[in-house]
Write a protein that binds this ligand. Structure first.
Ligand code: NDP
Ligand code: OXD
Length: 311
């Protein structure tokens, strides 16, 4: 079996070591170092944001494997061969990282840690009432692999959690809202809104002025999915008008975020550099190897993307 690794990240050696330990018959090649290898012999590409047109050079692929949960960096290639199975990464370490990051910020706001930090800077000893956790309503926009893991972790801490997805879910202790008609009701009860949607034509720009206006006054927006879900100017207007009280943004329309972007200096905005959850070559290799083994046995891979749906 031959795999071509295509990524601008510098952890190819870690992926090689972990994958070949699990799949001793795998020949692991790295683009562009190994571009002399006959492209017709490559069975798999393992890719993150490949340059447009590269994947189609390999005519006999059994699957295109994403190095991340999101596949928008692959599907944006206008020459992507759409007849090949495309698989997104579901990885325990990625999921754990996302759960930790979301939990951290929900707890930060719920326990008013920003206010206590300001008190400490002013050497002020002051206690605020502790808000009831089950009165804090968290809404998760995009209730798939990551959204459900985050939702379950928050529900275990007794937050009042709801998830919004295309299809309804039945998860103990969590309210499910499904489809466009359910969105206003979901938003109206979301004191903290966490975005974990995939980027598709339907979800691009979804966090706009109308969506933000439907949130309760004082709501907090935490975008952990893609920058293009958000209309930056609409978020800034909602923060400046006082309708929103804070935003945590891990992802941006253009990354890295330009030094002159107003998000950096806004007192209500926390910027993190797309680190909510990072793919781990160690645990990620388990998922990738398991899927390659399934395909080699003639089985359908897990976590297949439906290109017509966009995720
Ligand atoms: P999944 O495909 O498992 O889940 C996607 C969810 O979004 C599903 O619940 C789906 O509904 C819902 N959804 C999709 N389109 C719509 C729509 N039009 N209306 C309503 N709901 C919709 O994705 P993951 O949970 O694995 O990943 C989510 C995203 O998180 C990734 O695409 C990526 O962009 C981002 N991400 C960010 C990281 C970071 O570090 N910041 C790290 C990893 C991922 P249904 O269940 O009905 O199909
Ligand atoms: C992903 C990401 O999609 O890291 O996995 O953003």
């Amino acid at each position: 079996m031959n795999l071509m690794f295509i990524s601008n990240e510098d952890r190819a050696d870690q992926w090689r070591d972990n994958l070949t330990a699990l799949l001793p018959d795998l020949n692991f090649y790295v683009w562009p170092d190994d571009q002399a290898v006959d492209p017709a012999t490559i069975d798999y590409v393992l890719a993150w944001k490949p340059a447009p047109g590269i994947i189609k050079r390999f005519p006999n692929l059994k699957a295109i494997l994403s190095l991340g949960a999101g596949i928008d960096g692959i599907t944006c290639d206008p020459e992507l061969p759409i007849d090949k199975p495309l698989v997104h990464l579901v990885d325990r370490s990625l999921t754990q990282g996302m759960v930790q990051f979301a939990l951290y910020w929900v707890l930060h706001f719920h326990r008013q840690m920003g206010t206590y930090q300001k008190f400490a800077e002013a050497r002020t000893w002051r206690q605020l009432p502790q808000a009831e956790v089950d009165a804090c309503r968290v809404g998760i926009l995009g209730f798939g692999e990551l959204g459900q893991a985050v939702g379950s972790a928050l529900a275990a801490q007794h937050f009042d959690v709801a998830g919004w997805s295309r299809s309804p879910k039945q998860i103990a202790g969590i309210t499910s809202y499904a489809g466009a008609e359910a969105l206003p009701g979901f938003l109206g009860r979301s004191d903290m809104l966490i975005c974990l949607l995939p980027l598709t034509p339907e979800t691009e720009g979804i966090i706009d002025a109308a969506l933000l206006a439907a949130l309760p006054r004082g709501a907090i927006v935490i975008n952990l999915a893609r920058g293009r879900h958000l209309v930056d100017a609409d978020l800034l207007a909602a923060l400046d008008s006082g309708h929103l009280s804070a935003a945590v943004l891990d992802v941006f329309y253009n990354e890295p975020l330009a030094a002159e972007h107003p998000f950096w200096a806004h007192e209500k905005v926390t910027v993190t550099p797309h680190i909510a959850a990072l793919t781990s070559p160690r645990s990620g290799a388990d998922s990738v190897a398991a899927n390659i083994e399934r395909i080699e046995r003639g089985e359908t891979p897990l976590n297949l993307i439906d290109l017509a749906r966009g995720y």
